[in-house]
Write a protein that binds this ligand. Structure first.
Ligand SMILES: [Zn+2]
Length: 296
């Protein structure tokens, strides 16, 4: 099966009260866990790739692995490039067959963010892929509450109009890379941003309380990114297994890690409300561009 765009998976519906999960994958420990969770919960899902995965096994390898796993799956997936700051990298990923890309210009001057994001949107749309940009700044791992730059609604509206992004990442109070879920979100700001009419994305959701995620889903969030918590779930299962059996072989250890990812991803799919939505996706396969159908 080909990869779907995020728009196709989400089946844009202004009245919808569920979010699609974006799960960062790095190898088969995380990828296999997410795919199994999506199959088990009948949930559409976004497989997301970033610098960690490229450093770990290389962009070509992780894309090929995702393609092969998705082709053999009964699920429906988008393949998304997360946090690219280099348009050349985005071009390479699009040529390799990803169905969605994000340019992160959140730390650039606003005008430069608009200019480069607009260029990325054009590139993505030329390939029939969906495009995400960011306004405001969700601090990177190690950042503090003082580093959060909440999204300004007027800037967000201008950005959405001038760039034509399909998805807009906004800063509502989360921080990337948190290992505990303690952060709350500015729900009033989210309600204002919702009126812009572009599907909104939350980064750094591993550190956000489940209560805040539930409220944000009702208040108009449409895509939620999870990375740190999945890796943490794998590590804790591997640690447990090693405690039980210090001589455990590598492969059973990795399988335990994958099982930890599967269980947590399935939990998030239920929490986001995407579970059971697979058949509801308004996916029109015949509109997918030719390059995404190769290998069918
Ligand atoms: Zn992020």
């Amino acid at each position: 099966m080909p990869f779907y765009t995020m728009n196709e998976l989400l089946a844009i519906d202004p009245a919808a009260d569920w979010c699609i999960g974006h799960f960062n994958v790095h190898n088969y420990t995380t990828l296999g866990g997410v795919i199994r969770a999506a199959e088990e919960t009948r949930s559409p899902a976004i497989l997301a790739l970033g610098a960690q995965a490229y450093r770990h096994i290389g962009m070509e390898n992780i894309i090929a692995l995702c393609r092969s796993a998705a082709e053999q799956s009964s699920g429906k997936f988008a393949l998304h490039v997360d946090h690219a700051r280099d348009l050349k990298l985005i071009g390479k990923a699009l040529r390799l067959g990803v169905s969605s890309v994000m340019f992160d210009g959140s730390s650039l001057p606003f005008k430069d963010n608009i200019r480069m994001t607009r260029e990325m949107v054009q590139m993505a749309h030329d390939y029939g892929a969906s495009a995400e940009g960011e306004v405001g700044e969700v601090p990177m791992p190690g950042g503090s509450r003082d580093d959060i730059m909440y999204t300004d609604p007027d800037q967000a509206a201008e950005f959405a109009e001038k760039t034509g992004v399909d998805f807009l990442a906004v800063s509502l109070g989360s921080i990337h890379g948190m290992k505990t879920s303690s952060m709350d979100l500015d729900q009033e700001l989210l309600k204002k941003l919702r009126s812009i009419g572009v599907p909104l994305v939350l980064h750094g959701a591993s550190g956000v309380t489940e209560d805040a995620i539930r409220k944000a889903t009702r208040n108009g969030l449409r895509k939620i990114n999870i990375n740190t918590a999945l890796k943490g779930a794998a590590v804790s299962r591997i640690r447990e297994r090693l405690a039980q059996d210090p001589d455990c072989d590598l492969l059973p250890l990795l399988e335990s890690g994958r099982e930890g990812v599967r269980a947590l991803a399935a939990h998030y799919m239920e929490l986001f409300g995407s579970a059971g939505r697979l058949e509801g996706c308004r996916v029109s396969e015949n509109t997918l561009p030719e390059h995404m159908l190769q290998g069918e």
